[in-house]
Design a protein around this ligand. Structure first.
Ligand code: E4P
Length: 217
């Protein structure tokens, strides 16, 4: 499974990217607004830091304006992926942009039929929002499982499943078990992934025993 960071915080992205295991970045209009910086500046610095795909979302709702915004966003860097909402116009723009060789990420997906339409429109990625489904009492991970099952029935569906709105370590475990191609993870959750109290406890004991042995490597 690939790991993307779901963030516009360049300091946090830089720090985690030092591990060399981050495959890409997702952003959305709320995250860009939260960064307090201009979209151009923030996306430029993210694309400079991370060489993998960086999703940048259009904010227009009409087909024509989505295309104009896609053109502007794609000029920021060659690793920009155009993120489009799962609306009638978003799907239409996805089909159009796919034909023109743009990479696309169709976002705000909450059902299997929505994912099927995005795949038919040639989306590079489909982003099912699992945490937001959990928020309304549904099971977000089940949606990943169902989309995976449906996509595996049809070899012509090339769209990658990008599990989004990931809120916990359990989410990461479950979407990996369900076969998500990518999980996009907020930095705060990412830093929980490598931690375990038994790791800390075990390391403390090893280091104490080593100290007692008076050896040096
Ligand atoms: C993904 O592309 C979205 O930016 C993100 O995962 C949304 O997460 P949220 O539901 O926690 O806001």
């Amino acid at each position: 499974m690939k790991i993307f960071l779901d963030s516009t915080n360049i300091e946090e992205i830089r720090e985690i990217n030092k591990l060399g295991i981050i495959d890409g970045i997702t952003t959305n209009p709320s995250l860009i607004a939260k960064s307090g910086k201009g979209f151009n500046q923030i996306l430029k610095s993210i694309c400079k830091e991370v060489k993998g795909p960086v999703s940048a979302e259009v904010t227009a709702e009409s087909f024509e304006n989505m295309l104009s915004e896609a053109k502007i966003l794609s000029k920021i860097s060659k690793n920009i992926v155009i993120k489009l909402p799962l609306t009638f116009n978003g799907l239409k723009a996805c089909k159009h942009l796919t034909k023109k060789n743009y990479k696309t990420n169709v976002t705000l997906c909450f059902t299997v039929p929505q994912a099927i339409l995005a795949a038919k429109a040639g989306a590079t990625y489909i982003s099912p929002f699992i945490g937001r489904l959990d928020d309304i009492g549904q099971n977000g991970v089940n949606l990943i499982r169902d989309i995976k099952k449906v996509f595996s029935n049809y070899t012509n569906f090339k769209t990658k499943i990008l599990a989004a709105s990931v809120r916990s370590i359990e989410h990461v475990t479950e979407v990996a078990k369900a076969g998500a191609d990518i999980s996009t993870i907020p930095p705060k959750i990412f830093h929980q992934l490598y931690k375990h109290e038994l790791t800390d406890k075990g390391l403390k004991i090893f280091l104490e025993d080593w100290e007692k042995s008076k050896q040096k490597i």
